[in-house]
Design a protein around this ligand. Structure first.
Ligand SMILES: [Zn+2]
Length: 298
């Protein structure tokens, strides 16, 4: 049987498909279940091709072109696999390319924030091994990136509730200023957050995270006030309790130190929440929000 492939499927064959981090592929009788947290659950009708499709999806790690993953499949299976990959891309369940730049590329850490916690981060993180640390708060113009062969990680360190600043920071990075970004905050006072490492290929982004917070909040209207653009509020930074400050900076430092190591740890891409009173630390997965105005279709 000869096959004619559309330009669209040829383009799909060239991508390096990678499933959303945390995805699980389960092959049942005539279907493949694809599950990533509570928000993404797909059941794909695959009939007799189920083992072949499940194998292709499990191979979607961002390190090989789709064409390689399809070797050995019969034409009908190939066609089905290409259609599924296209569909999962449109659902933002699958992305093109590895999540992080290659491990041999060094990272430059840039810290934004003018508060005491940010200052402490500047003192602490230059000693990270394997990464360069720039302590300037200057933004790097997009067109100068990567000219010196480094990947850029930018960290926003906050100790107030200026969520408009978080959104503005997130938008600048989404526009291509950096390769990855992170948000560290003790603004809520009773707890501290270290966001997932956010990547410009394969989100969620920080706006997805704030939308998640808003959904869980007993007072979501406060988010409207805190995120309000164009009306700078006077935020009084709260001085974090010493153990809380130390722990959130240690967690963030660990996420930064791990950047150059392969394989990446799943917990780098989770939200860390540290309770100030008890120092209890919890990890939560953060999924992209399909209606996010920052990175999605919202
Ligand atoms: Zn988003």
């Amino acid at each position: 049987m000869s096959e004619s492939q559309s330009p669209a499927s040829l383009a799909t064959l060239a991508i390096f498909p990678r499933l959303l981090p945390g995805s699980t592929v389960i092959a049942a009788e005539a279907v493949v279940h694809l599950i990533a947290g509570e928000d993404f659950r797909f059941t794909i009708q695959t009939g007799e091709a189920t083992p072949a499709i499940a194998a292709v999806l499990r191979g979607c790690q961002g390190d090989r072109p789709l064409a390689d993953l399809l070797v050995g499949l019969d034409p009908a299976q190939r066609e089905l696999a290409i259609r599924i990959v296209d569909r999962l891309r449109s659902e933002r369940m699958l992305f093109d390319g590895p999540p992080l730049p290659p491990p041999e590329v060094p990272w430059r850490i840039e810290i934004e924030g003018a508060n005491s916690l940010a200052q402490r981060a500047r003192e602490l993180w230059p000693s990270l091994s394997g990464v360069l640390c720039q302590t300037s708060v200057q933004s790097t113009p997009p067109n100068t990136l990567n000219q010196v062969g480094v990947s850029i990680m930018r960290v926003l360190v906050q100790q107030d509730l200026d969520l408009a600043q978080v959104l503005e920071f997130n938008r600048r990075q989404l526009a291509g200023e950096t390769d990855a970004w992170l948000w560290v905050t003790t603004g809520p006072l009773s707890r501290g957050y270290v966001s997932p490492v956010i990547l410009n290929r394969g989100r969620p982004c920080l706006e997805c995270l704030l939308r998640h917070f808003r959904r869980l909040s007993p007072a979501p209207q406060l988010y409207d006030a805190l995120e309000r653009p164009g009306e700078p509020a006077q935020f009084v930074p709260g001085e974090p309790a010493e153990p809380l400050a130390r722990i959130v900076l240690e967690i963030a430092g660990w996420k930064l130190r791990r950047l150059g190591q392969a394989p990446a740890a799943a917990s780098q891409f989770a939200l860390h929440v540290v309770e100030a009173e008890t120092l209890e630390t919890a990890l939560h997965p953060v999924w992209l929000d399909p209606t996010c105005p920052g990175c999605g279709d919202g």
